[in-house]
Design a protein around this ligand. Sequence first.
Ligand code: NAD
Ligand code: LMR
Ligand code: MG
Length: 545
Amino acid sequence: MTIVLTPVWTNGVQKLKVEPGPLAKLPRGLTPPALEHNVHRMRCLAQLRSKDKNIEKYIYLSQLKDADPNMFYKICIENLSEFTPLIYTPTVGDACLQYSHIFRRPEGMFISIKDKGNIGKVLRNWPCIDGARIAVVTDGSRILGLGDLGVNGMPISIGKLSLYVAGAGIRPHSTVPICIDVGTDNKAFLEDPLYLGLRQPRVSEAEMNEFMEEFMHEMSVVFPELLIQFEDFATDKAFSFLSTFRNRYPLFNDDIQGTGAVVLSGFLNAAKLSSAASGRPLADQRILFLGAGSAGVGVSMQLTSFFKLQGMSEEEARQRIWLVDSQGLVYDSRGKLAEHKKYFSRKDYDGPPMTNLVDIIDHIKPTALFGLSTMKGAFNQAVIEKMSEINARPIIFPLSNPVSLSECVFSEAVEWSNGKVIFASGSPFPEQTHAGRTLYPGQGNNMYVFPGIGLGAILARASSITDSMIEAASLGLADSLTDEERALDLVYPRIERIREISAQIALSVIRTAQKEGVDKSSDLRQLDDTALLKHIKGKMWNPSS
Ligand SMILES: NC(=O)c1ccc[n+]([C@@H]2O[C@H](COP(=O)([O-])OP(=O)(O)OC[C@H]3O[C@@H](n4cnc5c(N)ncnc54)[C@H](O)[C@@H]3O)[C@@H](O)[C@H]2O)c1
Ligand SMILES: O=C(O)C[C@H](O)C(=O)O
Ligand SMILES: [Mg+2]
């Protein structure tokens, strides 16, 4: 028997331990006489497509994953561009907002502040400790651009891990979605009788830090082979937990480092397109960020480190970046600044606060404009027209998620730039026709890199995730465009190729881990690139047919 069918979570222990196999291979008598895999695949797709609302599709797919993971991943991998917006961004945003209402059965671990002092014991309740290789951990404090959603953040961990399986072939039972519940400051949730989390405000910073020390230690004891991805922690915690723990445990922060990697990659391809139109070299790019939080600063750091790699001095590299936050341009004489903004704060401006984005663009003359601000519509007609006036091909990336918070939509960017825009957004948008040409939006979302980073780090058994490993993932992604994709002016590869791309990224990550001496799988050092790529592909899990 390949799948144990049981509606009970405690019996689900057994199910999670078994490699999910096709429903049609169950013993005689347990399925209808004419159940046939390929027809059932069509049946599942038809059931999915019969639903009008994306949230209904999300619920259907969650249940399919629970009942028949093999079929879920089979049809997911075969229909990636249809499935990713349903199981991941943007629909996962709605799933988080409604989680306490649409909840059927748990799919991950809930570790709460009430477990403090006892976290190891609780973690040992996970049904598949030995196989666990990757956990996505959130505390729900900054879910996409939707704010503090408390325990309703769980679908983010689940959605990211589904992409690890679909996009990088991580075994389903090796994934551990985790939501930490230390309270929420979301008043509406606290008053909602169906809310599934602790009914208390978030604990103090000191209490949270103590909790995280115990949590991380116990995670390393209970799951010694586990890589951790921190996800959607509010800004201060995102930076502080990354720096506190990154040299002690194998982990990375997706919003800071994953986003840095994916945006650098798209920027490099976009800069080639813009340079073909303007003749401006990469070293003359001027990059303006709307949003100076974990993602904005994470991407800025990644770009700076890349510019340094190209031979710029640290100061020259930093001078390429301008940040704008909710109070306008970030500069030294503006007054007190949050720690994470200081490095990029400008010293070459000391006038009155500059808050209007068009004025800021006029002052800086950026070649690229990135939005990580959660400010829906901030890239309005005047902004896009100004960018198009000063650039032959403006690079405009509204990266905030979900769709409802995007700084602009693709159709607007095309229309207001008269088709000149080089565009990538955090959430997906449909292609557009302009002057008889089809224009394609890129999706600048960390989903392109975290599966490959995870796969590489797991196979190398990396003891830590270094900056160079993240950079290698970024450059590997940038180089992965095919001639056909380049001819269409794409800045990211087609998502349908994610498995091939994840394998390539994993190769770059493993090689870099080896150079930096953080690989525990030292046997992989003997393999040449062809053999290593074959090894990586051979390790990727596939749903059976
Ligand atoms: N595309 C991706 O892969 C990706 C990755 C990570 C984050 N994001 C998205 O980026 C957004 C921000 O995430 P974060 O982790 O940096 O959040 P954050 O809370 O750390 O930062 C938000 C930033 O936006 C700024 N901001 C708020 N209002 C503003 C305004 N009116 N004008 C200018 N700036 C304003 C804040 O000052 C802050 O600097 C979210 O929507 C998130 O979903 C996208
Ligand atoms: O989850 C996403 O779609 C990307 C990113 O991690 C985010 O926080 O927005
Ligand atoms: Mg995130």
